[in-house]
Ligand binder design. Sequence first.
Ligand code: UDX
Length: 432
Amino acid sequence: MKICMIGSGYVGLVTGACLAEFGMEVICVDNDAAKIALLRKGECPFYEPGLDEVLEKNMKEGRLSFSTDTKQGIKASSVIFIAVGTPAKVDGSSDLSHVEAVARQIAAYMTDYKIIVIKSTVPVGTGKWIKGVMEGALEEKFAFDLVSNPEFLREGAAVEDFFRPDRIVIGAESERAIQAMKEIYNAFYLNEAPFVITSIEASELIKHASNAFLATKISFINEIAILCERVGADVHDVARAMGLDGRIGKKFLHPGPGFGGSCFPKDTKALVHVGKEHDCAMEIVQATIRVNERQKERMLEKIEEMTGDLRGKTIGVLGLAFKPNTDDMREASAIPIIQGLQARGARIKAYDPEAMEAAKKIFQDVTFCKGPYEVAEGSHAIVLLTEWNQFRLLDLERIKGLLKEPVFIDLRNVYEPLHMHGLGFRYCGVGR
Ligand code: UDX
């Protein structure tokens, strides 16, 4: 089966390469010629563990290719995935202009029956709308089926998540489309990964509802963490005991500086917007968003409580990416926190193993260092913002010796308070 993946970003490239691994012939198309040129040289335009190997192997075996020629890609393929970005607009709604543009291109170029799969994260109702757009453009010249097939890939674990999915969600209206999708995901069918075959609307809503619920868990534990600080409880004990209840589950109960990334902030806003359009306000998701924004402000207050007046102080920041194992700075908590520290007169030294290039495009007047010890040198405090593994076993005596003041603000609770106090640090975490 020949597949055309339109959009070779975080979602499209991983999905395309992994479908090629399943033996399908995949052409990944993108209108970013520079990105396609990189990919043709076997280079990955972003950091994603394990993706290099999948790209190289499948390009070598001739199943995976890259092109900027959308028309050729569409003509040569029987299934076309739309995997372009759907960023949040100012009012929180999803910008679907790229999805619409691709749908119109497919209608313009198709010369026989196609299955069009919306892989991009879209608000419920988009599939129905896109179907209408295409029917209008096609004037019944050719038949097609539209499918919703949302992705559940975590950045930094996307390849792993693709090959070990918790579920495959297919929203479709025809048996023919369902059969084609089962054929595409046949490798999962064989090893019993759960398939959810449902309507297009339910499939679209599953994606937003899942991400909004995960984000709600994070905002919930962040609020509990602040209360723990006020009442002298350890949020690690609270979260662990909560998570032992099978109905709650232990994942996504780690307090921190608030969630970031390209999904949770965008998907929660989009879901609230959809709710408003259908006269149901999504109060809980609205609260999740508000708590998340407040959490970043609270981190600034926490830092200032530990350092005193920030004017003229140098603050060393460890980690910039929105989470470990990615170079993605989108909506990273580091952005408002660093800008807030600078607004209070602090100078910033920072290091991140992968996101420095992206960070240099965002921050002004930040001194980018080669490693954590250079960050600590001469700083009045260390702030651990992203829990990269290389920050988990720092030579703490050395850090303390390099700091002007032995202040360690651990916004990811990587270290143990007792141990840090024993070393002579003025230490604080989140909720401990
Ligand atoms: C998310 C969803 O997890 C994934 O299923 C969806 O398909 C895409 O969006 P991703 O954004 O890549 O994946 O990262 P994830 O690991 O989910 O973390 C998102 C944010 O939540 C990060 O900023 C992370 O630091 C934060 N987080 C996560 C917490 O603050 N606490 C937690 O317990 C877990």
